[in-house]
Design a protein around this ligand. Structure first.
Ligand SMILES: [Zn+2]
Length: 397
């Protein structure tokens, strides 16, 4: 389905490149059909919009690339991925989350070379699916790979000791049920981008509020439950409020948030945290009724993630957009914003870097659609039953 990446590197001849598509679009101000985007020799956007207007800004010494049955978009952003699990591939969900976590722990490799290969394979699959920026849990950095982004070092445990985060570009305390407040405070104090799994399952809500349920049983089975840990839970708090009390000041990127009420949405909005919603993963784990539209309406920066490939077998953000459009009829432009600008902001980057604004380094992807109909190209792509052909034309690394 995805073509092998043919991502252009900066042009040593010094020529700028003009991609001419059936249409060009971003989540800011660019929307033209037909449309073009021009990049300078180093891959920085010069102009985007109607073809004539773009050509007026470029002069004549250009490389012109025609793609008239393609919609040109900036590279997409996957705000929450686990590329180190790519080698496991798609697996069924048996209905028991604790069992599932144990399956993943069993399949996870500790060999650095194998981890590197899994992350590299995930990065290649991401770029081939038009995803150029990734918030990846597990890798310290994404250097040398065809995607840019944040490598969140994941920290798990109820210890209060300081953990080495040298060389990391981000930190992720795993989740409130697996990881104690000391780790959350250390992550928040690091000044790096911070992320965590939050309010993902009813079992997590039960554990944080009452100190009971499957996660308490798991900690007991592992011989890790004691009075010191018990003191941090069982005070009736929702995980969002627990995090707010523990280390609310940091710009948290909260993965999932499947179970939140208005009060928690309010807290997330007031704190300026972001939410990484992983639609297909939420459906895979049978979490219904995600409130991303209420969050957006409340001013929360909601971005899109794939979570791991185990849930659905692809690392494509366009597949997440298609899923939401076909399930909820969510406005296409809102989905594009979640998949670009919001994702960058969630990772603490400038949102413009995933638009065609002059000066941005967004990359360019081309997505196939049928220009012979009057239907809006983005809507066509989102309604497609099969993943449309995606070509990563111009990378960002
Ligand atoms: Zn995750």
């Amino acid at each position: 389905m995805y073509r092998t990446p043919r991502i252009n590197q900066p042009d040593s001849t010094g020529q700028c490149r003009v991609y001419i598509g059936g249409a060009v679009r971003d989540a800011a101000t660019v929307n033209a059909s037909p449309g073009a985007v021009a990049l300078d020799a180093s891959g920085i956007v010069i102009a985007a919009g109607p073809v004539d207007a773009v050509l007026r800004k470029t002069g004549s010494d250009i490389v012109r690339i025609e793609a008239t049955d393609r919609l040109l978009l900036p590279g997409l952003v996957n705000a929450h991925a686990h590329l180190d699990l790519t080698h496991i591939g798609h697996q069924p969900y048996g209905g028991d989350f604790v069992q599932w976590v144990r399956m993943v722990m069993g399949g996870r490799t500790s060999d650095p070379q194998q981890i590197h290969e899994a992350v590299a394979s995930g990065a290649e699959q991401s770029a081939a699916a038009g995803v150029f920026t990734v918030g990846d849990v597990g890798s310290r950095s994404l250097g040398g790979l065809p995607v840019r982004g944040v490598g969140f070092v994941e920290v798990i445990g109820h210890h209060d000791t300081v953990v080495s985060i040298d060389g990391a570009t981000g930190v992720q305390p795993h989740a409130p049920y697996s990881t104690g407040p000391g780790v959350y405070r250390q992550a928040a104090a690091s000044g790096l981008p911070v992320s965590t799994h939050l309010a993902e399952t009813p079992a997590e809500l039960e554990f944080v509020a009452r100190g009971t349920g499957p996660f308490r049983e798991l900690l007991e089975r592992l011989g890790k439950w004691n009075d010191t840990i018990a003191a941090h839970y069982g005070r009736g708090l929702h995980p969002v409020d627990w995090l707010d009390h523990v280390a609310g000041d940091a710009p948290w990127l909260c993965a999932h948030c499947n179970y939140v009420d208005d009060a928690q949405i309010d807290t997330i909005a007031k704190r300026g945290w972001s939410v990484a919603y992983c639609p297909r993963a939420s459906d895979y784990f049978e979490h219904e009724g995600h409130r991303y539209r209420n969050m957006l309406a409340a001013g929360v920066n909601v971005c899109l993630g794939t979570d791991s490939i185990i849930c659905h077998g692809t690392l494509s953000i366009l597949d997440e957009m298609r899923h939401l459009y076909q399930r909820d009829k969510t406005d296409p432009q809102t989905l594009l914003k979640m998949a670009t600008i919001n994702g960058m902001r969630g990772l603490q980057f400038d949102g413009r870097e995933a638009t065609f604004a002059p000066g941005a380094r967004s990359g360019v992807i081309a997505v196939a659609y049928d220009p012979s109909t009057k239907i809006d190209p983005l809507r066509q792509i989102l309604s497609a039953k099969q993943t449309p052909v995606i070509e990563p034309l111009e990378g960002v690394t």
